[in-house]
Design a protein around this ligand. Structure first.
Ligand code: DQA
Length: 146
């Protein structure tokens, strides 16, 4: 089965972006961590990042087709700022029925109040935040059991 790890806006800046919050690992480092976790469980990996909301919607639809064939393990999504704004991504998850693990590097609940609400959580099977980039590996360990 395949795990889609989808990353939203500004996550291409990981490593240089607010390192006190997000750490010093780059997105390339995160990809390697995900590859290692998937390899441990015999899972295939689609690892992507975009700054565009509609592209995340398209990728959820693509994952939905994989899901319909019974070949999707899960979508692990860090929708970044779109988490707090996007009804479109919520509807894509609901419309495709993909099993979603919502992921955040930082503990969004300990930050500004506008980060406390997520449109995606209503359609997520699980939500993780605050584990730093290690959360990506932990997320894959989790969805390997789904
Ligand atoms: C984030 C938290 C969001 O509030 C923020 O907009 C991000 C990253 C995280 O991984 O902690 O860009 O999703």
């Amino acid at each position: 089965k395949t795990v889609y790890v989808l990353n939203g806006p500004n996550l291409n800046l990981l490593g240089m972006r607010e390192p006190a919050i997000y750490g010093s690992a780059t997105l390339e480092d995160v990809k390697k961590l995900c590859e290692a976790a998937c390899a441990r469980h015999g899972l295939a990996l689609e690892f992507r990042q975009t700054n565009h909301e509609g592209e995340l919607v398209d990728w959820v639809h693509e994952a939905g087709l994989v899901h319909a064939k019974g070949e999707l393990a899960a979508v692990v999504m860090n929708a970044a700022a779109y988490t707090h704004t996007s009804v479109a991504i919520l509807d894509a998850v609901k419309g495709t029925g993909v099993p979603l693990l919502e992921l955040h590097i930082s503990n969004v609940h300990a930050r500004e109040s506008f980060r406390h609400h997520s449109y995606l959580s209503a359609a997520a099977r699980a939500v993780m935040c605050g584990f730093g980039v290690a959360g990506y590996g932990l997320a894959i360990e989790a969805v390997a059991q789904w």
